[in-house]
Design a protein around this ligand. Structure first.
Ligand code: F6R
Length: 378
């Protein structure tokens, strides 16, 4: 069932264009045009969840938390709604004060993560018998609508990635990102924070993502496989990104440590000089995500700080970006794209890099030590 792939993880990486296509097919209102008076998005969730909304809180763990962090940037930027994200395991024991008109979103691929389920159950319980505006509004985002999550949360977005077998989340993460694009656009439509024309532009760009992921897979796989050979003995990696690509730096580092057992840390680029830069030398490669957008110049100058410490610099950059190409030692180019959509592309080379390093090290990529696909204990 690996269909010719060596591991499920790489098979699932290659399924991602199809996953994005499935999500676009399922959740876009295909009759919509900027003159119509219905939402361009059809998530199948009640619009009461949006009424009088002032605040969103997201709870999740691991890779799902990273998707939630991308979601926070999207919800704030596109729908202008104040959004917090918490680790479910922290939220449970230090819950924030109860805020009014708050939507709580639990995001869990498996729908079985104990901490995420408990955090959601706690929100429900604490808000019972409260005045109307404090009542719990709950939404789940999951790849398993038949999971335990469904018994806690009345409304779900099904991420439709298909069953994921590799323990390291890849296609389920991409599908979670898609869910946040649709949710943010739907909210932007209802809250009128974007014009219909602006929404249409973003939808047009979303539709290009599957082909753009294919371009990365086709053009990068060989090169990344070769590059991975050079890091089989590396013991530490640093990943940096800013803005909406900061969560992707975290995700790149998590993927690498989970399956290759190499110590890796992700930071917001601007934090490098506040401590982690002390770690850098010729033995510690730095992977920087430097896509054109509002934090581009700053990201490049952060990367140069690392270069000055002799670190090997690997850049996830836009294809045809000559300035960035000169800054980095190794290039992982992805198609040029709206910065807000770029995480869907920038994560792909990082998945491939961690996969090939782990495979090269001869490790059990699909079943890494000490990890389980669903973490059903605290
Ligand atoms: C990373 C990974 C874990 C999960 C985390 C949450 O590749 O698989 O970090 O993301 O255990 O799992 P779910 O999404 O099932 O709640």
């Amino acid at each position: 069932e690996k269909q010719g792939f060596r591991h499920f993880m790489v098979k699932e990486i290659y399924e991602q264009p199809g996953v994005v296509r499935t999500c676009l097919e399922a959740y876009l209102n295909h009759q919509w045009n900027p003159d119509s008076d219905q939402s361009p998005i059809n998530l199948g969730i009640p619009t009461e969840l949006y009424s009088d909304l002032e605040h969103i809180q997201i709870v999740a763990c691991g890779t799902s938390w990273h998707a939630g962090l991308v979601g926070k940037y999207l919800l704030q930027e596109l729908a202008q709604i104040h959004t917090n994200i918490e680790y479910a395991s922290e939220f449970r024991y230090s819950p924030p004060p109860i805020t009014a008109n708050t939507l709580t979103i639990g995001i869990t691929q498996s729908g079985e993560t104990a901490d995420t389920l408990a955090a959601l159950a706690m929100v429900k319980e604490r808000r019972e018998n409260q005045p109307a505006k404090y009542q719990a509004k709950l939404l789940g985002i999951t790849n398993r609508v038949d999971s335990s999550l469904a018994s806690i949360v009345p409304d779900l977005i099904d991420t439709r990635a298909g069953i994921e077998i590799g323990v390291a989340a890849t296609k389920s993460f991409i599908a979670q990102l898609m869910a946040f694009y649709f949710l943010a656009l739907d909210l932007a439509y209802h809250r009128k924070t974007l014009s219909n024309v602006q929404i249409e532009e973003i939808i047009t760009e979303l539709r290009q993502l599957p082909a753009q992921i294919e371009i990365i897979l086709e053009s990068q796989e060989r090169y990344i496989e070769e590059l991975a050979h050079e890091f089989t003995e590396t013991t530490d990696f640093i990943f940096v990104g800013r803005g909406i690509n900061y969560p992707i730096a975290l995700e790149g580092a998590l993927k690498l440590k989970e399956i290759s057992y190499i110590h890796a840390e992700g930071y917001p680029s601007g934090e490098l000089k506040h401590g982690p830069i002390a770690l850098l030398d010729a033995k510690v490669p730095v992977v920087a995500i430097a896509m054109p957008g509002k934090v581009y110049e700053k990201t490049l100058s952060n990367a140069q700080e690392a270069k000055a410490r002799d670190s090997r610099l690997i850049g996830v950059i836009a294809m045809d970006d000559k300035e960035a190409a000169e800054t980095f030692d190794e290039l992982l180019p992805v198609p040029q794209v709206n910065e807000l959509l770029s995480p869907v592309l920038t994560v792909i080379p990082l998945q491939l890099l961690s996969y090939h390093i782990a495979a090269r090290r001869g490790l059990d990529v699909d079943q890494p030590r000490n990890l389980a696909k669903s973490v059903t204990v605290e």
